[in-house]
Write a protein that binds this ligand. Structure first.
Ligand code: SAT
Ligand code: MN
Length: 589
């Protein structure tokens, strides 16, 4: 196959649309990306020449580059993200809405001539394994070479996409322009009815890697509702027993709450012979199989992970994943091309250049790396990448786990009584906000199924869809809730977390396989004394576990009142099943 750097693909729908966008944006050149290694080398060289990327020390960090973003552009912007359905009600009260015709007119005004003096890159990409009936094609037009090189890591770019599409017209039309990275002219607009996305004024991953949150969550959730499947903000992992049996679970936590760490967990010594395989760390597309189980694929091909806090204790597999061919964004660097971030294994060198390019010294009181600094790494680097990640039919899911960042109230783990109760548990997930989105950090917000910023339609209708999915499944996954972040009165974490989360995972898998014992409580099924393997966890007694598992009816009555805040907002679209579940919970309390 010849390089298509100069050659457009044969698909007429793509070339016609690209010409239309070129007429509007007026780039100097059009570059057709093919995803080849030569193209990567050429574009990387160009990015270095133009100062977009800086090579890191290639002895320490082979194939790795450093990117610094505009300080005004370091996270997703939920207030500037729009779902442009014809009816406002279809976007619902938790999304920003604008009329699609009005939004298109506004953005076309902004896009007019915006690529003058720039190259327009055309990036065909495939979300999902080649040959999977669940995979989808997108084409992203962008004027950012950083976006091209990142998309190349995060999605299957070029040929696999064009082959999957063939002569067809069923691809997402995505347009991205950095403009002048001005928050005043920043919009992330989704057009579900036209299968289109327009993103302007930003160059930050979650806003501009259009295959990720925009297509694989917001638009895909919209399609899933119509077509009877689910697009969820979930990691997928496979737990393999010493006998070689694999059980797959999917887990939803809000951004920057440890999905990547959990997906790459390494079992502690006590669990010799057990292995955790990573299928995905952020997004799951799940569809009922002919066997009545729920089957999941990871639509992505790379990891866009939070860097601070990543080290050889918290996540050794992430450290190996980012050791080569990785783009680091907004971490701190040394003069000799090394990188550093808060929570790296080693203490900081005496002198650093911080994420804003300013000199930084220990004790300066500021963070050297931005709290939302990221690594963009190919999934092939992960030593525990599940080979099934390329299986067109995906993996069967036995458990769904919800979780949030909660310092009080919520026990370490409990299991819902059934699917419907599990939907309530997911719908009422609360979490303390993080740096992954702009805005205040550390406030509890309701984040249903960790999808609040990513559901592409009315959240009430989304709950209805979850409830309906039960009817499409003969063997639905069991549903659990976990909280790794609970603290004692002194502010210390009650649970050691990280690799030790294996103990919780093991209990969850035992429950799915009909082995694990549990006690009934008003919240759901919980492990009783002795149900939980605590061996090899010095200092962690049954009493400590009881403390981590404790919940008080008083705190929970307050918690239920907070659930109501979300329910009031969704009133009119809230399914009665959710109200009934609330009443049952109140009755149990
Ligand atoms: O920046 S992303 O939206 O891609 C990551 C996240 O916030 O989950
Ligand atoms: Mn995410």
């Amino acid at each position: 196959m010849s390089a298509i750097g100069e050659n457009p693909p044969t698909n007429k729908s793509i070339t016609t649309w690209v010409q239309e966008v070129a007429d509007l944006t007026q780039p100097d050149n059009i570059f057709w990306c093919d995803g080849s290694p030569e193209e990567k080398a050429n574009l990387t060289e160009l990015a270095v020449e133009t100062g977009v990327l800086r090579p890191l020390n290639q002895d320490k960090w082979p194939g790795c580059y450093y990117h610094r973003s505009n300080p005004n552009d370091v996270a997703r912007v939920e207030n500037l993200t729009f779902i442009c359905t014809e009816q406002e009600e279809d976007a619902g009260p938790t999304n920003n809405w604008m009329d699609p015709v009005a939004m298109r007119a506004k953005l076309e005004g902004i896009l007019k001539g915006c690529m003058k003096g720039r190259t327009m890159y055309v990036v065909p990409y495939l979300m999902g394994p080649p040959g999977s009936p669940m995979s989808r094609v997108g084409v992203e037009i962008t004027d950012s070479v950083y976006v091209v090189l990142s998309m190349r890591i995060m999605a299957r770019m070029g040929r696999p996409a064009l082959e999957h599409l063939g002569d067809g017209d069923n691809f997402n039309r995505g347009i991205h322009s950095m403009l002048d990275i001005n928050p005043e002219r920043r919009y992330i607009a989704h057009f579900p009815q036209e299968n289109a996305i327009i993103s302007v004024g930003s160059n930050y991953g979650g806003n501009v890697l259009l295959g990720k949150k925009c297509l694989a969550l917001r638009l895909a959730s919209f399609w899933g509702r119509k077509e009877g499947w689910m697009a969820e903000h979930m990691l997928i992992l496979g737990l393999e027993s010493p006998e070689g049996k694999k059980t797959y679970v999917a887990a939803a936590f809000p951004s920057a709450c440890g999905k990547t760490n959990f997906a790459m967990l390494i079992p502690p010594e006590r669990f010799k012979g057990w292995k955790v395989w990573t299928v995905g760390d952020d997004i799951a597309w799940m569809s009922p199989g002919t066997d009545g189980r729920l089957w999941a694929i990871n639509p992505e091909a790379g990891y866009f992970g939070v860097v601070p806090g990543t080290n050889n204790h918290s996540n050794p597999n992430a450290m190996k994943s980012l050791a080569r061919d990785t783009v680091f964004t907004n971490v701190a660097i040394t003069d000799d091309g090394d990188v550093w971030w808060e929570g790296k294994d080693n203490p900081p060198p005496a002198k650093l250049t911080d994420w804003q390019g300013k000199p930084w010294k220990l004790g300066s009181g500021t963070k050297a790396a931005h709290p939302n600094s990221r690594f963009t790494a190919p999934m092939e680097n992960n030593p525990m990448l599940a080979p099934e990640v390329n299986d067109p039919q995906g993996v069967p899911i036995s458990a769904i786990i919800f979780g949030g960042r909660r310092s009080t109230t919520i026990p370490l783990v409990y299991q819902s009584f059934n699917w419907l109760h599990g939907v309530y548990v997911g719908a009422t997930v609360g979490s303390e906000t993080t740096a992954a989105a702009t805005g205040a950090v550390g406030q509890i917000r309701r984040d249903p199924m960790a999808m609040l910023p990513f559901c592409g339609y009315n959240m009430g209708d989304y709950f209805v869809h979850w409830i309906r999915m039960r009817k499409l499944l003969k063997t639905p996954p069991r549903i659990f809730h976990v909280n790794w972040f609970r603290k004692d009165d002194e502010g210390n974490f009650l649970w050691p977390g990280f690799g030790e989360n294996m103990r919780v995972l093991k209990w969850i898998v035992d429950r799915c396989e009909g082995r694990g014992h549990a006690n009934e409580t008003s919240l759901g099924w919980v492990p009783g004394p002795g149900d939980f393997d605590l061996e090899g966890l010095p200092g962690f007694t049954e009493e400590k576990l009881a403390q981590a598992q404790h919940f008080s009816d008083d705190e929970w009555r307050r918690e239920v009142l907070q659930h109501d805040e979300l329910f009031f907002k969704l009133y009119g679209h809230l399914p009665k099943e959710i109200i009934f579940q609330r009443e049952l919970l109140v009755a149990r309390l």
